[in-house]
Design a protein around this ligand. Structure first.
Ligand code: IPE
Ligand code: MG
Length: 222
């Protein structure tokens, strides 16, 4: 979800205005995803590297997360959305972390769409953590290190319970993954859009789905 800052700058507004509008784009996208029958939607809301931003911007982003969580939770729950998180959201402090956990618990039995929010997430950190877990299991004699294979790694990634990643969309014209779902994207279809995230809407979402539908997926076969 890239381009909030540039969207605001173009209008002579503070960056936080772009983030606010970006949150509206999240609402639209979620609705479009439910209508399209998408099983799981992961949103990259805050990366492990976003701590490099100013204290003011980080505070604004945390405030917005809290505000939208409060405002949207009942509706998400009603719509059958199951909310979960990847990353290390506890770093946002006990108050927000508590609210996030309560929101996940409240929606845990929903099964229409899984909304997976990446908060303080970095894919390299996730993979390093997976290596740690497996190394410890090998040291403890729970597993044989020689038996560590792709499936064993997948089981200890934070996405273990999610379906395979099919489509990855990045907005704002940047053509990089920026430490997002690197392992999981091995055979994902990539779509890069010139649109800034606050301008993203149902049409853009469905356009990305159309691009996906037009791709031939061979998974290394022929
Ligand atoms: C939003 O876009 C992504 C978040 C970290 C919330 P940016 O804040 O990266 O916007 P640009 O790239 O400066 O335009
Ligand atoms: Mg950016």
């Amino acid at each position: 979800m890239d381009g909030n800052g540039r969207w605001a700058k173009k209008r002579g507004l503070p960056r936080v205005a772009g983030h606010r509008e970006g949150a509206e784009a999240v609402r639209r996208t979620l609705k479009a995803a439910v209508v399209a029958g998408v099983e799981c939607l992961t949103l990259y809301a805050f990366s492990s590297e976003n701590w490099r931003r100013s204290e003011e911007e980080v505070t604004d982003l945390k405030g917005l997360m809290r505000f939208y969580l409060e405002r949207e939770l009942d509706e998400l729950a009603r719509e059958g959305v199951k909310l979960r998180f990847i990353g290390e959201p506890s770093a946002f402090g006990p108050e927000l972390w508590e609210r996030l956990q309560l929101a996940a618990a409240k929606t845990a039995d929903n099964d229409k769409l899984t909304l997976n929010v990446a908060l303080n997430y970095g894919s390299q950190q996730e993979i390093a953590r997976a290596a740690q877990i497996l190394a410890q299991e090998a040291v403890d004699g729970v597993i044989d290190s020689a038996a560590i294979d792709v499936a064993a790694v997948e089981k200890v990634l934070q996405t273990a319970e999610l379906p395979p990643l099919d489509l990855l969309v990045r907005t704002s014209g940047e053509m990089r993954l920026s430490n997002f779902l690197l392992w999981q994207a091995a055979y994902a279809e990539l779509v890069f859009l010139d649109l800034l995230w606050p301008d993203f809407d149902a049409d853009a979402f469905n356009g990305a789905l159309d691009q996906f539908a037009g791709r031939q997926r061979r998974f290394g076969g022929r």
